[in-house]
Design a protein around this ligand. Structure first.
Ligand SMILES: *[C@@H]1O[C@H](CO)[C@@H](O)[C@H](O)[C@H]1NC(C)=O
Ligand SMILES: *[C@@H]1O[C@H](CO)[C@@H](O)[C@H](O)[C@H]1NC(C)=O
Ligand SMILES: *[C@@H]1O[C@H](CO)[C@@H](O)[C@H](O)[C@H]1NC(C)=O
Ligand SMILES: *[C@@H]1O[C@H](CO)[C@@H](O)[C@H](O)[C@H]1NC(C)=O
Length: 404
């Protein structure tokens, strides 16, 4: 009775809007053409939604399954909010009749089963899809990948997948929504980005990876992020470990053209670097082994020099020792050599004397004199080579011809 009175009153206020058509327990706002069914313990989507409704807000109910019967003949609906309804199943073609649906919010549900064609709408009118905190488990994620592929969501611009405990994003998952501009993956459990994670996304303008489980980004992940061009990338509030493994990441943060929230990208560990910005950290600060390695090679170089010295010293000592052992033999050899030289020299003296000729007397005497001075000047064991003496002697032999 009371509700009826209120309806009559509203009907008077908003004349064009048919109050009596408003589903039981719901609110129909004529000005905004909005249906509100908030926390009414509804078990199904109400059937008699006014035909000219633009916004449908059904939240906080107990609706387990939605399907093609849920929304029919609602060509003017542009926004549907179905958050927190404990929805577990999305049947095929659930939204097919909603040819002007731009925004669909399914956040806060427990989707365990998403049929491949659940998101199909002729003409791909959907621009925003909110699946935050709504995927029950990994099976649901795989279902979603299929539904994105079959859904032909070419008009989709915004996709919210935050808060789903996702540990990984299947590579190529977003290649079926090629015009996506904003992607929320915050508050998941992502540990890595792989080559291909964001493949096919050529229009991405914003990527939110905050509040995940990233400890560092490896080279292939950084390449994948770099592929996003000058998109805005949020990477803050992850448990980054500022060790040598973060080196590529720090280098990338130092020089990337992408717009990154560098001020919130901070070390979680080690303790001495906790809450330090990663950008600008030096190789030494993240204790990369490079300087230590240089010291090590220095040390090995020094060690090898010392070793070489020791070996050379040992060889020298052995040589000297052998010489010492052989000292008698050496002495004998030296004496023999000296005697041999002396004999040769004396042999020459003898030849000069035999050659002596009155006409060559002065030369011979000169020579003898020279020989004597030579043998006087040279130490006893110096052996004079024969060559020069012979050439000196030759003119002596031919000289008679010159004088005759
Ligand atoms: C949808 O909106 C248009 C224009 O606003 C209106 O002419 C039409 O009657 C509406 N459709 C329904 C089913 O009310
Ligand atoms: C999606 O829904 C959640 C919870 O209802 C909300 O906090 C979030 O802002 C929504 N996302 C977008 C992109 O609007
Ligand atoms: C996900 O949940 C559904 C329903 O509870 C269950 O049938 C399925 O086995 C679960 N999948 C995984 C991977 O746990
Ligand atoms: C990052 O840049 C800072 C100064 O701009 C530099 O000192 C540091 O060595 C760089 N770090 C790496 C890992 O390249």
């Amino acid at each position: 009775m009371c509700i009826f009175a209120a309806c009559v009153f509203l009907g008077v206020l908003f004349a064009p809007y048919q109050c009596l058509e408003c589903p039981f327990g719901c609110e129909c706002l004529a000005v905004t053409r909005t249906l509100n069914c908030v926390s009414k313990d509804l078990l199904i989507v109400p059937q008699n939604i006014p035909g000219d409704t633009r916004n449908v807000v059904i939240t906080g109910n107990n609706i387990h399954k939605i399907g093609p019967d849920s929304f029919t003949e609602l060509q003017n609906v542009t926004n549907i909010i179905l958050s927190n309804n404990r929805i577990t199943e999305l049947a095929s073609h659930t939204f097919t009749a909603l040819t002007n649906l731009r925004s669909l919010d399914l956040s806060g549900n427990h989707l365990a089963l998403i049929h491949p064609e659940a998101l199909n709408i002729p003409g791909s009118p959907l621009q925003e899809l909110n699946l935050s905190r709504s995927l029950h488990n990994f099976t649901a994620l795989k279902d979603l990948v299929t539904a994105l592929r079959w859904g032909r969501l070419w008009g989709l611009l915004h996709l919210d997948l935050s808060g789903n405990l996702l540990a990984l994003v299947p590579p190529g998952m977003f290649s079926h929504v090629p015009n996506l501009q904003q992607l929320w993956l915050r508050k998941n459990s992502l540990v890595a980005v792989y080559a291909g994670t964001f493949s096919g996304m050529d229009h991405l303008e914003m990527l939110d990876l905050t509040h995940n489980a990233f400890e560092a980004f490896r080279a292939d992940a950084l390449q994948e992020l770099e592929r996003l061009g000058n998109a805005q990338i949020f990477l803050g509030n992850n448990p980054y470990i500022c060790s040598c493994e973060s080196r590529d990441f720090v280098t990338w943060l130092n020089k990337t053209q992408a717009r990154v929230d560098v001020d919130t990208v901070r070390c979680a560990s080690p303790e001495e670097l906790a809450n330090t910005r990663l950008q600008g950290l030096t190789v030494q600060a993240i204790s990369c082994v490079i300087p230590v390695l240089a010291e090590v090679t220095d040390l090995t170089l020094q060690t090898s020099y010392v070793f070489l010295g020791l070996v050379l010293g040992l060889v020298g000592m052995v040589f000297l020792f052998v010489l010492y052992l052989n000292r008698n033999g050496m002495k004998k050899w030296i004496i023999e050599t000296r005697d041999a030289c002396r004999e040769v020299l004396e042999g020459y003296h003898y030849r000069y004397e035999m050659d002596s000729d009155p006409r060559l007397g002065h030369i011979t005497s000169q020579r003898r004199h020279l020989g004597r001075t030579l043998s006087q000047q040279l130490p006893n064991d110096t052996c004079i080579v024969q060559g020069p003496t012979e050439t000196q002697v030759k003119p002596v032999a031919t000289s008679p011809a010159v004088y005759s």
